[in-house]
Write a protein that binds this ligand. Structure first.
Ligand code: NAD
Ligand code: TDX
Length: 340
């Protein structure tokens, strides 16, 4: 039997990067292709450990570049596609929505066309709980796979649009697909524009931490390794056409998250600075993962062990994030926040 070829898009980013390493370690008999444009959010430093493995390949390409993507698919004849590549930061989508439509919507459509052309065996589209919009603060309410799509930000609208295209390629052309909708991830190589790594890096530098509004918005946190195992399970075991929510019941207010990090690092809560709220800030996300659990998924991390592990990782890997926050990121931070 010939080796399985797996194309991972966005494998130089946070979750895709963790997934590439997970797959290389778990499936030495698969060839893993990492396709990434290396935008501000992507780097290959994270793959130093695996770059010389003979089943790892890197392709620098833009998913919206139809000619390049088509010829790559025709040449390599991938068995599986796991699609992470996206513009992923809500705040950036509020200031510059256009690139989100190009990458997340058009880019996904190009990949679907290419996957259809070569009859891939499975196309897993990695999406987000944000496509469902927001929940109120009633702790008994959750997003299920049947919750209507009501995205509120340009980012989540672009992801919902791509979800609908994936669904349509299944219904119209019979492309074998799954869609996963995961809650907020955290863990190694999380880019420091997002709440958890932004807080860890700023607290370690004794800098103030911007908390939007009153800090009472709730997110449902999942360690990235648990997201990787969920996608692996869906790729191999899920029936084509099915959607799966991914989440581990770890709801926290933003203020709880920030205070946990500050207290673990034994710094002062006076570092917290309440700043202007995010436009259209979703109140609460919370996932009901029953369908995925029935497929056989069990997360490993609770929030306490996961955040402790993540803080330690940022302490042990300062050179990775210090290099990021000392570059172009400085201009981003200055344009985004009123604090220094
Ligand atoms: P990220 O921003 O860290 O990484 C995105 C990667 O995609 C980067 O390596 C970037 O270079 C690449 N990329 C961007 N535009 C590209 C293009 N046009 N062509 C090729 N590559 C391109 O994102 P992430 O946080 O790892 O998220 C990955 C996926 O998971 C996204 O689709 C996101 O919507 C989804 N998701 C994220 C979370 C989360 O909490 N971060 C939760 C649920 C779902
Ligand atoms: O400086 C900040 N201060 C703050 O209070 C930042 C960056 C965020 N926040 C708040 C906004 C959110 O309520 O923290 C919460 C988490 O914010 P982000 O880390 O930006 O994540 P979020 O907007 O929830 O989206 C993330 O989870 C779902 C990912 O970035 C998305 O790609 C994913 O789909």
């Amino acid at each position: 039997m010939s080796k399985k070829k797996v194309l991972v898009t966005g494998g130089a980013g946070f979750i895709g990067g963790n997934f590439v390493q997970y797959m290389i370690d778990k499936y030495p008999d698969y060839d893993i292709y990492n396709l990434d444009e290396l935008t501000y959010a992507g780097d290959l430093i994270k793959h130093k450990r695996i770059q010389s493995k003979d089943n790892y390949y890197f392709v620098k390409a833009d998913i919206a570049d139809r000619k390049t993507i088509m010829s790559l698919f025709k040449k390599e004849k991938f068995d599986y596609v796991v699609h992470f590549a996206a513009e992923s930061h809500v705040d950036r989508s509020i200031t510059n929505p256009e690139i989100f439509i190009r990458t997340n919507v058009l880019g996904t459509q190009v990949l679907l066309d290419a996957a259809k052309e070569i009859n891939v065996k499975k196309f897993v589209h990695v999406s987000t709980d944000e496509v469902y919009g927001e929940l109120d603060f009633d702790p008994k309410t959750f997003f299920t796979e049947d919750t209507p799509l009501q995205p509120n930000s340009p980012y989540s609208a672009s992801k919902a649009s791509s979800d609908l295209l994936v669904r349509a390629y299944h219904e119209t052309y019979g492309l074998p697909v799954n869609i996963t909708r995961c809650s907020n991830n955290y863990g190694p190589y999380h880019f420091p524009e997002k709440l958890i790594p932004l807080t860890i890096s700023r607290v370690l530098n004794d800098e103030r931490v911007p908390v939007y509004g009153d800090g009472k918005n709730i997110r449902d946190w999942l360690h990235v390794q648990d997201h990787c195992s969920a996608i692996d399970l869906v790729l191999h075991n899920a029936k084509s056409g099915e959607v799966y929510n991914v989440g581990g019941h770890n709801e926290k207010t933003n203020l709880e998250v920030v205070k946990t990090i500050i207290n673990t690092l034994e710094k002062s809560e006076e570092l917290i600075e309440f700043v202007e709220d995010r436009l259209g800030h979703d109140k609460r996300y919370a996932i009901d993962p029953t369908k995925l659990e029935k497929l056989g998924w069990t997360p490993i991390y609770d929030f306490d062990s996961g955040i402790a592990n993540t803080i330690q990782w940022y302490l042990d890997n300062k050179e990775w994030w210090e290099q990021i926050i000392s570059g172009e990121y400085k201009n981003y931070f200055a344009s985004q926040y009123s604090i220094k």
